[in-house]
Design a protein around this ligand. Structure first.
Ligand code: BF8
Ligand code: SF4
Length: 634
């Protein structure tokens, strides 16, 4: 039997069959789902699609045509597309960074007897040292409060640039200094972007693209990185562990509660409540075998990598999950939540809870969660879900059986601990280095790495691009690191199983065996792309080269959100070429297309490549990585 035969990935066709079956339930209960709405919205507005519709002031809306090449104020296609693009980047940076701010607040509010605690003291002490906070002889919670105060200050500091920048390699810092890309206070960069795009302000697309890079930097090396660092301190730094993914993790005989969104705070409270002995006995009294907490979208990644909580699905599966008829409660925090969760839940017994002032949605029960009331609200939601178990309608139940095992939790710390096994000579001293990985890349055992990020988007066959591109990359000895919905696509296909090494080329397979890792490494949620930036930076430092030289690329084949635009900007600013399967809405301006590809590449060493066909995209990535190797003479 050939090696490939030893492992079979779950196909997209199988996933689509499940989706189609659940859509039949939607038709039966009389509710629309994304498939119906895509049909209704197609074809999309051509002006919006190309980014040449402006509604920034009420003289408009203005749209650019050959007959009307300027808006009423005189703005051209370049200006309009550039402003729209910068606004997307700013909104994305705002979303990630505000989520990050909430994580910093949780450390600020942490106390030994409160709802939120300090879980990773080592990481806190390291950050305290990095930021010059005295730790000697001090209570750890006092240190936490001071570090959190500095962290909150990063959002509104009067002078200076992001503290996290000091983690970058010197060549990068020089590049950012020379190109005025060092981000100031996080909120300031978002405000600057909004101000620049107000009517009568910046019209030059060069300046608009530059500002997009800078607001991206405020996200990636500011707000997002805070999200990751402070979550690790409060909830624990992920280390490798096992879980499962896909709709089959829902259990007919258990009370099912789905946590959906991004900020781990609420989900942590739900997990805590589900461990309460009273609630477990209540569930049994109600006829259930127990309580099954699962995650959806990025908060699933957060919970999976810290607690091994199972992942029910990614972005386009949110309606599917409720359509199974066995979800007793869905509790959301913020970002990527379909407003249609309300109407779908109304067709079932499912209770729908919103918990953040940032995401208030009709047809939900709104229970805002704070540091003070988190435990109480988590308990209430789980209790109400248990009492709702008996209200299921048997006639509406269908749970797809598919699920796959997943090895997850590969934070930078987790990756280092595993890769050391590859060279294994000096286990203790080697722990804090990427040298084993670099040796593998230099020797060609691994050709390079591709960092997968991003969403599902019905403009692309959902999950297909993620899965097929990853499979071809690992077959070509390119290791994949993945976050967000891309990581969950991999989990559904089984690519996070260690046996997925049988799909790899000989070199990567050997590394996977020695290091006991899967070829696709789950690095967490979308804010954890900051982990990827630190990984690329760590490799560059230990190798003694700059980031753009490292054979690493970014890839977002199915992206859709404004957050993805912010991410793409900081990845490119960090000097990493980014391969995209969906165009941003700027194609109505040739100048903008040139600026976001070759323009940024000339400045930072990184830029976008676009390929809407997944075969072309994966081939371009392989060629891009090989070109970087050739330039290094390896
Ligand atoms: O932050 S990958 S659909 S869930 S935006 Fe959203 Fe996209 Fe998923 Fe997470 Ni990221
Ligand atoms: Fe039209 Fe200019 Fe107003 Fe935009 S800013 S809507 S192009 S007048």
């Amino acid at each position: 039997m050939s090696d490939v035969m030893k492992f079979e990935a779950t196909t997209v066709e199988t996933m689509e069959a499940d989706t189609n079956r659940l859509h039949e339930t939607a038709v039966k209960v009389g509710v629309d789902t994304w498939q119906d709405r895509v049909a209704n919205q197609t074809p999309h507005c051509g002006f919006g699609e190309k980014g040449i519709c402006c509604r920034i002031c009420t003289m408009g809306p203005c749209r650019i045509t050959p007959k009307s090449p300027k808006g009423i104020c005189g703005a051209t296609a370049d200006t309009i597309a550039g402003r729209n693009y910068l606004r997307m980047a700013a909104a994305g940076a705002a979303a990630h960074s505000d989520h990050g701010r909430e994580c910093v607040w949780k450390l600020y509010d942490a106390s030994p007897d409160g709802n939120f605690h300090i879980t990773d003291e080592t990481k806190l002490l390291k950050l305290a040292e990095e930021w010059g906070v005295e730790t000697e002889g001090r209570d750890i919670y006092e240190v936490g409060r001071e570090v959190a105060t500095l962290g909150l200050g990063e959002y509104g500091k009067i002078t200076g640039t992001s503290r996290m920048i000091s983690r970058a390699n010197p060549e990068r810092i020089r590049c950012w200094e020379e190109n005025d890309l060092l981000p100031r206070a996080i909120d300031r960069e978002v405000v600057t972007a909004l101000h620049m795009t107000h009517v009568g302000c910046t019209a030059d697309p060069v300046a608009l693209v530059h500002a997009a890079l800078k607001v991206g930097m405020a996200d990636g090396w500011g707000g997002s990185m805070a999200g990751t660092e402070f979550s690790d301190i409060v909830y624990g730094t992920p280390m490798p562990k096992e879980t499962e993914g896909n709709l089959g993790v829902l259990e007919k005989e258990y009370v099912n509660v789905i946590c959906h969104g991004h900020d781990p705070a609420v989900a942590e409270m739900i997990v805590n409540a589900s461990e309460s002995p009273e609630l477990i006995s209540l569930a049994k009294e109600q006829g259930a075998k127990g309580i099954n907490i699962v995650g959806l979208c990025c908060v699933a990644n957060e919970m999976a990598m810290r607690h091994g909580i199972r992942m029910v699905g990614n972005y386009l599966q949110q309606e599917n999950a409720i359509l199974t008829g066995v979800v007793d409660a869905i509790v959301v925090d913020l970002q990527c939540i379909f407003p249609n969760i309300g109407p779908v839940s109304e067709c079932f017994h499912t209770k729908f809870y919103t918990t953040s002032p940032i995401a208030q949605i009709p047809y939900s029960t709104y229970l805002p969660v704070t540091s003070a009331n988190g435990g109480e609200v988590g308990y209430r939601i789980v209790k109400e879900a248990i009492l709702n178990f008996k209200n299921r309608d048997e006639g509406k139940i269908f749970i797809p059986e598919h699920k796959r095992k997943a090895a997850i939790g590969y934070s930078c710390e987790g990756i280092k601990s595993r890769l050391d096994a590859v060279t294994n000579s000096h286990v203790d001293e080697e722990l804090d280095t990427y040298k084993p990985l670099i040796d593998c890349v230099k020797a060609g055992v691994i050709r390079g790495a591709a960092a997968f990020v991003g969403c599902n988007n019905p403009k692309v066959r959902p999950d297909y691009s993620h899965i097929e591109i990853m499979k071809k990359l690992i077959a070509n000895d390119i290791v994949v690191v993945a976050t967000g919905c891309a990581a969950q696509a991999a989990s559904k296909a089984g690519l996070l199983e260690k046996d997925a090494k049988f799909l790899c080329g000989e070199g990567l397979k050997r590394v996977c065996t020695l290091a006991d890792i899967p070829p696709v490494l789950h690095m967490g949620s979308c804010v954890d792309i900051s982990r990827m930036m630190l990984l690329a930076t760590g490799i560059a430092k230990d190798w003694g080269i700059d980031v753009p030289q490292v054979p690493v690329v970014g890839c977002a084949p199915e992206w859709m959100s404004e957050k993805a635009v912010a991410i793409a900007n900081y990845v490119v600013a960090t000097g990493i070429d980014t391969y995209l399967g969906v165009y941003p809405q700027v194609q109505g301006s040739d100048k903008m297309m040139e600026l976001i590809t070759e323009g940024t590449r000339a400045m930072t060493g990184g830029g976008y490549y676009f390929y809407t066909n997944p075969d072309d995209l994966v081939n371009a990535i392989i060629n891009g990585i090989e070109a970087k190797r050739a330039a290094l003479g390896i």
